[in-house]
Design a binder for this molecule. Structure first.
Ligand SMILES: [Fe+2]
Length: 351
């Protein structure tokens, strides 16, 4: 298996930059050990207080994660060092080190290093400065690695969510493309409202899943071509809560729940399921309400034709402060005027 390597040895490792006489002083305070290829020099999670300088040879530093995955953190060669944390704390080692070739290590215990600090402070401070630099670099590398992993995880989430959406759209032919358009519209509105990146991702997931609860509504009701009876309307009106119930225990979807639960609330409090009003309706719910209603008005249904763009815009304007949040509609209209929605409007070859 090819493993990602976080860090490789510096082109000029620190201990090769030391004047020979200083290096020899460090050697005096160390204990020399030889390792054969494959030997474990440091074992993860064990307590050791030695700082190690590679005199000759090559080592690999690896870390095992709780899911069993092992990652190579670094490959290091002569002149480089590891075990810097041993000088700073007494906790168990956070990674393992293995010799890749025959390797000679100069081991400096914490006690020896303290002696060096007293007897040869300039050399010891030089090493400390280098340790600080190394820790900062490792920290920055780990952060960029985590950011990349996080992105991969987000993509995996989106893939799972898309599978749920496909299952839903397969049941209701009139839903086809609706979810994707609502998600597109909601994201553009949210960007205008300067929602931060993390919230934008939660909104995207919420928009994709906003009608998931319809999965629990019988076909006879969901696919009925004509106007609905009151009981049938009540069944449909249960879909925000059904969606919330399906997703409630999935922790990474927690922040997307408001989009699902509150996208049929109205500013005047006459919406469902909570009858919330004004700003007590979570923002995600207010954004999806506008995106969802606009797309519904612009789509053909078995019992009615779609509206023209002018009519749909007029409906949104008239609904301000009653059905819709004024700020959200204004953000929507700005984006529309600037052509951001052209790609999904009827008449465009891509729709
Ligand atoms: Fe809905």
């Amino acid at each position: 298996m090819v493993r990602e390597i976080l860090m490789t040895s510096n082109p000029t490792p620190y201990f090769h930059t030391l004047p020979e006489k200083d290096y020899q002083k460090v050697v005096q305070y160390s204990r020399k050990r030889f390792y054969l290829p494959g030997d474990v020099i440091v074992r993860e999670r064990t307590l050791t207080d030695t700082f190690c300088i590679i005199e000759t040879g090559k080592v690999e530093i690896t870390k095992k994660f709780s899911d069993g995955e092992e990652m190579t953190l670094a490959l290091m060669e002569a002149g480089d060092f590891f075990g810097e944390m041993a000088l700073l704390d007494q906790g168990p080692r956070s990674a393992s080190v293995r010799a890749l070739t025959g390797t000679t290590i100069l081991e400096l215990s914490r006690e020896s290093f303290e002696h060096l600090l007293v007897e040869e402070p300039t050399i010891a401070y030089g090493i400390m400065r280098e340790l600080g630099k190394r820790l900062r670099e490792t920290g920055a590398l780990l952060i960029s690695h985590l950011e990349r992993k996080n992105k991969e995880l987000q993509e995996a989430y989106l893939g799972t969510v898309q599978a749920l959406v496909n299952a839903l759209e397969a049941r209701d032919p009139y839903m086809k493309g609706h979810t994707e358009r609502v998600t597109f519209l909601a994201k553009r509105i949210a960007e205008r409202l300067q929602i931060d990146k993390e919230d934008l991702f939660a909104l995207e997931i919420g928009a994709l899943l906003h009608d998931l609860g319809k999965i629990g509504i019988p076909d006879l009701v969901l696919q009925k071509p004509g106007p609905l009876e009151p009981e049938e309307r009540y069944r449909i009106m249960e879909h925000p809560q059904l969606g919330e119930a399906i997703l409630r225990n999935i922790r990474y979807l927690e922040r997307s729940i408001p989009s699902i639960l509150y996208h049929h609330e109205r500013i005047d409090g006459k919406g469902y399921p909570g009858g919330l009003s004004g700003k007590s309706i979570p923002l995600f719910g207010r954004i999806i309400a506008v995106a969802d209603s606009f797309d519904a008005m612009m789509s053909d249904r078995p019992y009615r034709h779609r509206m023209s763009l002018t009519q749909a815009v007029e409906q949104l304007r008239q609904g301000m402060d009653q059905q819709f949040d004024r700020q959200v509609v204004e953000a929507f209209l700005q984006a529309l005027e600037e052509g951001e929605f052209d790609r999904i409007l009827p008449g465009n070859p891509q729709t």
